[in-house]
Ligand binder design. Structure first.
Ligand code: DX5
Ligand code: ZN
Length: 221
């Protein structure tokens, strides 16, 4: 199954409630939420109160991408605020395996996130515990950046590793995904597609429809 996870970072923050409802009405199940602390990444975005407020507006599954130093400090709070999937960066966790276990103990799905320059072997001893792997396809911190072409090979490589190990977990991609490159990314092995600036804007609903058309074509073909 190929899924679209619109990234709320690109939405109109003055109309967040309406934006999440629009996503839900478009038949989407997932919402990607970027949390930034100004330390792990240069920018600061939003935190628990905003997630809680969105939680009250929709039933979308919340895919919370924590771009924060030592996320273990806040797992419980994000779970309580309404996260369904919690993504943590290997580069930000001192004890990654323990953090994954903390997420699971809260009854949430654990997603392991890798920066573009982080090699796939960082996953060697934790892969079997992940519910998803997120490969950053830009350096994290901002929306609207250009997809890093070297990431195409990384997606293919990870897909090969998962196949070899018989692991059926989604490869999520985040950053620089547009209607123009999404086919190639899916053909490389990604199945959970985060898209911010190519979804939200004046034509949000139409953009979602265009993405869904491509997904359907690829799934049928
Ligand atoms: C970047 C965030 C992304 C961002 C993607 O650090 O993790 O989720 O919103 O935005 P686009 O799709 O515009 O690259
Ligand atoms: Zn993200």
């Amino acid at each position: 199954m190929i899924e679209l996870a619109p990234s709320i970072l690109a939405a109109d923050f003055s109309r967040l409630g309406e934006e999440v409802k629009m996503v839900e009405r478009s038949g989407i199940n997932l919402l990607h939420i970027d949390v930034m602390d100004g330390m792990f990444v240069p920018s600061i975005s939003l935190g628990m109160p905003v997630i809680l407020a969105m939680r009250e507006q929709c039933n979308l599954l919340f895919d919370v991408h924590l771009m924060i130093e030592e996320p273990s400090r806040y797992i419980r709070e994000f779970a309580k605020a309404g996260a369904d999937i919690i993504g943590v960066h290997v580069e930000a966790c001192r004890h990654l395996e323990r953090t994954i276990m903390d997420i699971k103990e809260c009854g949430k799905k654990a997603c392991i996130v890798l920066n573009p320059a982080t090699p796939l072997n960082a996953l060697d001893y934790v892969l079997h515990e992940a519910d998803a792997i997120l490969l950053m396809t830009v350096n994290p911190g901002f929306g609207g950046q250009r997809f890093l072409p070297a990431m195409m090979e990384k997606i293919r490589h990870l897909k090969g590793i998962l196949r070899e190990k018989g692991l059926n977990i989604p490869i999520e991609v985040d950053g620089g995904i547009r209607l123009e490159n999404v086919r190639e990314v899916i053909e490389a092995g990604a199945s959970r597609i985060v898209a911010g600036s190519s979804v939200f804007g004046v034509h949000t609903e139409q953009n979602i429809i265009e993405y869904m058309k491509i997904f359907q074509e690829l799934e049928e073909g």
